[in-house]
Design a protein around this ligand. Structure first.
Ligand code: XMP
Length: 514
């Protein structure tokens, strides 16, 4: 990326690290997250950052095992903004005084009082609301610093060292509950760091296509297409750069939604005129899944089969120079985190690199967040319907079919899902519902239709509202919309005698049922 301004988000383990980077990028300034122990002051200086943001973190600076950074960073001549733990760390490194967790502990929306005008708080009213979450606090600021804001319980809610362009806030400007958080981040970037805001998706698209063209000119490249947003955008970027030298492989595992395989074939084959190989592996997958009821087993079988099917196709094509993957920035960041419990083994065409004979892995989206990927998709002229489609899990309908997977259940599920999706979209709810789908349970119940007894499946409808899919709330879909969906499903889909709506948030439930 030539001449793109960069901000370093130095990560001290805060839960909002990605949010900080996103807020910066929202202002058209590129931000990258690096764990505090994976970079030195020297490297920071050499990489040409316009500014550094120290994130929050769960630790106390008093704990010898807590994350620290070399104090020479404060003299590197690069503007710094410390947030929460990052604020305390700056004070600690500068030999100010921190007060350990005591009676003063602030959590939630808190009245903030700016007591000194400064570049960080330009155009922000003296009194506003901020989001606090801390126990330790800064009692005395380092020499050369001045306290610029306070709250009722925190004598130092923000401080500044004007000459070194170091600012620190005890509250969280990245959280939307901080009334002027966006403005504070804007002020840091533009007033303090002197950024101009040159990170745009139009620029990224143009530059990426040009550099891929240069790098891969005349070489054969292979892409596994899932039909999801990320692999779609990656494939179209590559296609713009190298045209027919790109071959995409799309595997129909028989667990796709209604008309999905046809849509993918149409968009990629006709609209974009790409080299597309559609593999009909329905029997292979469904055969391997016959009789399997255990969720993790289903995922394993699908993951393994996917690799084998792809391998077979790749062999037919022969050796390729590069393999494309739609890896995005959160995947890159999260791949570093290994100790969280595995709730479900997610399958994202993982393992492919081992089975294809190639020299290079091309991941053109590895620095982008999902919303940025969508913007690139629009820049490339990909239909909105594909760009804004909701996420769909790699194992597909297998994990929405509770119990044994049969053709009959899949057929019912596809039809019920299509009706529910149509009703949600027709009523304009897709603006608040981030993922909505049907699930076929393994429970049959008695019903009555006309004068006859029925004994059909129970279909569950699920819709969640979420920012990040890590936590989610169930969508408050109006009763009328649910009623229409329920009526239509029981009337139009043979084999369903009951429809229920899932009103569980995540946690304790997950988004998918399996
Ligand atoms: P859960 O069910 O874990 O889902 O709350 C969170 C988000 O992840 C999607 N999901 C998957 N995506 N492969 C994927 O690519 C998977 O195996 C998988 N399992 C769940 C789910 O649809 C939701 O958006």
């Amino acid at each position: 990326m030539t001449n793109i301004e960069k901000i370093l988000v130095l990560d001290f383990g805060g839960q909002y690290n990605q949010l900080i980077a996103r807020r910066v990028r929202d202002q058209h300034v590129y931000a990258e997250i690096v764990p505090y122990n994976k970079i030195t002051t020297e490297e920071i200086k050499n990489r040409g950052y316009a500014g550094i943001i120290f994130t929050g973190g769960p630790n106390s600076v008093f704990d010898p095992a807590s994350p620290h950074f070399s104090p020479d960073i404060l003299d590197a001549g690069i503007p710094i903004l410390g947030i929460c733990y990052g604020c305390q760390l700056i004070a600690y490194m500068g030999e100010g005084e921190i007060c350990p967790a005591g009676e003063i502990s602030e959590y939630g929306k808190t009245a903030l009082n700016i007591i000194k005008d400064n570049a960080l708080f330009e155009n922000i009213p003296d009194n506003s609301i901020c989001w606090m979450s801390h126990t330790d606090f800064v009692k005395r600021v380092p020499d050369g610093c001045e306290i610029v804001a306070k709250t009722a319980h925190c004598p130092c809610a923000a401080f500044a060292d004007y000459s070194r362009k170091i600012y620190a806030v005890q509250f969280h400007p990245e959280v939307t509950h901080t009334e002027f958080g966006k403005e504070i981040i804007h002020n840091f970037l533009f007033n303090v760091c002197g950024c101009v805001g040159n990170w745009t998706m139009a620029g990224f698209t143009k530059e990426t296509v040009a550099s891929l063209k240069e790098k891969l000119d005349g070489k054969k490249v292979l892409c596994a297409l899932s039909g999801g947003v990320d692999s779609t955008v990656a494939a179209v970027l590559l296609h713009k750069a190298i045209g027919d030298n790109l071959t995409c492989v799309f595997v129909d595992h028989g667990l796709l939604r209604k008309n999905e395989a046809e849509t993918v074939a149409h968009v990629f084959g006709n609209t974009f005129q790409m080299n597309l190989i559609c593999v009909d592996a329905r029997q292979e997958f469904l055969g391997a899944l016959a009789g399997v009821t255990e969720p993790e087993k289903k995922r394993q079988i699908i993951g393994e089969k996917f690799i084998r099917v792809f391998e077979k196709e790749a062999k037919k094509i022969g050796s390729v120079y590069a393999l494309v993957q739609g890896t995005i920035y959160p995947d890159v960041i999260e791949s570093g985190a290994g100790d969280a419990d595995t709730i479900k083994s997610h399958h994202n065409v993982g393992g492919l690199p081992d089975v294809v004979d190639f020299e290079e892995l091309v991941e053109p989206l590895r620095n982008l967040f999902k919303d940025e990927v969508r913007k690139v998709g629009l820049e490339l002229g990909i239909p909105e319907k594909l760009v804004f489609r909701q996420p769909f899990p790699g194992p597909g309908l297998a994990i929405r079919t509770i119990g044994e997977i049969t053709e009959e259940k899949l057929e019912i599920l596809r039809d019920a899902d299509a009706i529910f999706t149509e009703e949600v979209e027709k009523s304009g709810l897709s603006a608040i519902a981030n993922q909505y789908f049907a699930v076929i349970t393994d429970t049959r119940t008695v019903g009555v239709m006309g004068d006859a007894r029925t004994y059909g499946y129970t279909v569950a409808l699920r819709s969640v509202t979420t920012d990040d899919f890590m936590t989610a709330d169930w969508t408050r879909i109006p009763f009328e919309v649910l009623a229409t969906a329920s009526n239509r499903i029981t009337n139009e889909v043979h084999g369903v005698s009951r429809v229920v709506y899932d009103i569980t948030s995540k946690p304790p439930a997950t988004v998918e049922w399996e």
